[in-house]
Design a protein around this ligand. Structure first.
Ligand SMILES: [Zn+2]
Ligand SMILES: [Zn+2]
Length: 234
């Protein structure tokens, strides 16, 4: 197990407005910031309207992404950007449960989203994991596994290459920079082959990381790959 488990604590106040209550997200904030949003089932970007039927945006219709489905709970904007940042960079682990619950709610709403066999986190490279002390994606993935009774593996997908920070790179450079960044653990391909895999990450920005993780899993024989993220850059 490459990630140390973070222990859930009982929350004591709303993580957005700080009002005191029994829940980490009060009713008012839930209503204001967590309303259901109609999204493209392929890329997770918002679509106009509130249709019940699954929809695909124009961009995904003409050029479908490598993964089968994308479920993204929230836009990467206030307050979710702050909460994800506190979770990831300050090690605020009470937020892991809150963010996993947001994603769980989005998954329950999305048709067929739970038709998967295996949940994997986007892995961190060894130096990054050591620096942070935990993998935020694993903290989300293992909670989703518990909630839905799905099999999770912390280490099945690995990141042997510590790729440079992606922030300053163009879309094409990001894809190039990430090529070969991931691998399925040698000798463990049978755990992936023929399986419907969900890959979990905290945020999808350009999708370059999830694209490369998806390619790696499909090459290893996965039947399908879905991507699940708490937030999506609009
Ligand atoms: Zn609140
Ligand atoms: Zn789309």
């Amino acid at each position: 197990m490459s990630s140390r488990h973070l222990i859930d604590r009982m929350p004591s106040s709303c993580r957005i407005c700080r009002c005191w209550g029994a829940s980490s997200l009060c009713g008012a904030c839930l209503q204001r910031f967590s309303a259901p949003q109609h999204r493209c089932q392929r890329c997770g970007l918002p679509l106009p309207g509130m249709e019940a039927a699954p929809s695909t945006c124009g961009a995904c219709t003409s050029q479908p992404p490598v993964w089968r489905r994308a479920v993204c709970a929230q836009d990467y904007a206030f307050p979710w950007s702050d909460l994800v940042g506190d979770f990831k960079f300050k090690g605020d682990v009470a937020l892991a449960r809150l963010l996993a619950q947001q994603l769980a709610t989005a998954l329950r709403r999305a048709p067929q989203a739970l038709e998967v066999d295996l949940v994997l986190p986007v892995p961190l490279s060894a130096p990054r994991l050591q620096e942070r002390g935990f993998n935020q994606s694993w903290e989300l993935a293992r909670r989703l596994g518990q909630i839905f009774g799905l099999t999770c593996h912390a280490d099945l997908l690995q990141r042997p290459v510590d790729t440079a920070h992606q922030v300053d790179l163009s879309l094409q450079e990001r894809d190039r920079n990430l090529r070969g960044a991931f691998m399925v653990t040698p000798g463990q391909h049978q755990k992936v082959a023929g399986r419907r895999v969900a890959v979990v990450d905290d945020v999808m920005t350009t999708g370059a990381t999830l694209r490369e993780a998806t390619r790696t899993l499909l090459l290893a024989g996965a039947f399908s790959v879905d991507v699940w993220t708490v937030a999506r850059t609009p």
